[in-house]
Design a protein around this ligand. Structure first.
Ligand code: PLP
Length: 377
């Protein structure tokens, strides 16, 4: 059997290497490495794919979040409500901008931000909610948008793990995640569902004036050459990455479909073991693009399981081992342990299994067989 990997970027590249090598060569020969035609081409194609008015490419997913927050004209001390259980980039940019992170608990089944926890933390300083579509599953955007509307808050969707996922509103209308809040952000980090061969990111919005503002911010606050109207940053997607992403965008639906079908195989094999809680899919099948296949181990033996799997060369990951409110950099007296019952628990019980577009059924069978053996020991 092929070596099992957490992600297999080489396997994926090999299947599209002719196309990718051609576009890379085109960029090399054009020498327009920054803001070349491949950047605007990818931008247009991504706008069409997502059905969103504006895509503004930038350097990475963390910048995308920071720039989204910068575009809203917030004041130091304004409160930003964010999930306690995600990658640290979200809370990092809130802190960098001297805004106040208000971390809240998650729904234990979906791992996404808990709607009641948001409601409980709204004050007259609240300005933004940042839901993350964690592990590839769309957060409950209908309720989040309703809370935002009622309380005059902006919604920034962190879509770094869920590009291509569809959220279905109660009235049946579907929209792509990242296009539902005021602003959406994503990352093209190589292992993401739409990954570059280096760093990359993008910001999405349907709002014309925000888009205009964001285009200025990513470019040193310049709207007219050498006229700096606001404080901006330098954050660009380079032409090589854009050309590669434009090739890969064509395969995104196929890649996400492959992830979903692998997830289904895992779940079929594991669902009857009572020490394992397999992923709960809140909406239709296409609302989850399985950036990670994450299960909960309910007998407190997660760390032993990791060691056991390692013996059989089965890699795994723990996303995330420490809730953000417990991270040294973000500790605060404002955080009360009682508010984080779910994140404190799931950070000890979750494990993510290998998940990538080039996995095959034999590998899934092998991983599941070893997992089930562990619980019979
Ligand atoms: C990857 C990721 C980011 C950061 O993206 P970078 O491109 O690495 O800066 C932000 N948020 C989430 C949820 C992510 O998974």
């Amino acid at each position: 059997m092929k070596e099992i990997k957490m992600v297999d970027l080489l396997g994926q590249y090999k299947l599209i290497s002719n196309e990718v090598n051609t576009v890379i060569n085109n960029v090399l020969n054009s020498t327009s490495f920054i803001n070349g035609p491949s950047v605007s081409k990818f931008q247009k194609n991504l706008e069409n794919y997502l059905d969103v008015k504006h895509v503004i490419p930038c350097a990475n997913g963390t910048d995308a979040l920071q720039i989204a927050l910068m575009s809203l004209g917030l004041k130091p001390g304004d409160e930003v409500i964010a999930s306690d259980f995600t990658f640290a980039a979200t809370v990092e940019v809130i802190a960098l901008l001297k805004l106040t992170p208000v971390l809240v608990d998650i729904d234990s089944r979906t791992f996404n931000i808990d709607i009641n926890a948001i409601k409980n933390k709204i004050t007259n300083k609240s300005k933004v909610i940042i839901p993350v579509h964690l592990f590839g599953q769309a957060a409950n955007m209908s309720e989040i948008n309703q809370i935002a509307k009622k309380n005059n808050l902006y919604v920034i969707e962190d879509n770094a793990q869920a590009i291509g996922s569809n959220y279905k509103f109660p009235n049946g209308i579907k929209k792509k995640t990242g296009t539902i809040g005021m602003i959406g952000t994503t990352s093209f980090f190589p292992s993401k569902n739409l990954g570059a061969y280096g760093d990359g990111g993008a910001i999405f919005t349907n709002n014309d004036s925000l888009a205009e503002n964001i285009r200025g911010i990513v470019n040193h606050g310049m709207f007219k050459r050498y006229h700096h109207d606001i404080v901006g940053v330098n954050s660009r997607l380079d032409s090589l990455q854009a050309a590669i992403l434009d090739v890969k965008l064509k395969y995104l639906d196929k890649y996400n479909k492959a992830r979903r079908s692998l997830a289904k195989k895992y779940t079929e094999n594991l669902k009857n073991q009572f020490c394992i809680e397999t992923p709960y899919i809140h909406g239709d099948d296409d609302s989850h693009v399985f950036h990670q296949y994450t299960i909960k181990i309910k007998n407190k033996k997660r760390d032993d399981l990791i060691k056991f799997l390692n013996k059989y060369k089965i890699p795994s990951g723990v996303y995330y081992p420490i809730p953000l409110h417990k991270q040294k950099a973000y500790k605060s007296k404002r955080f009360i342990e009682d508010d984080f019952k779910v994140t404190n628990e799931v950070s000890k019980s979750v494990i993510s299994l290998p998940m990538h577009t080039e996995m095959n059924s034999d590998q899934i069978e092998f991983i599941c067989e070893k997992l089930l053996t562990f619980f019979q020991l």
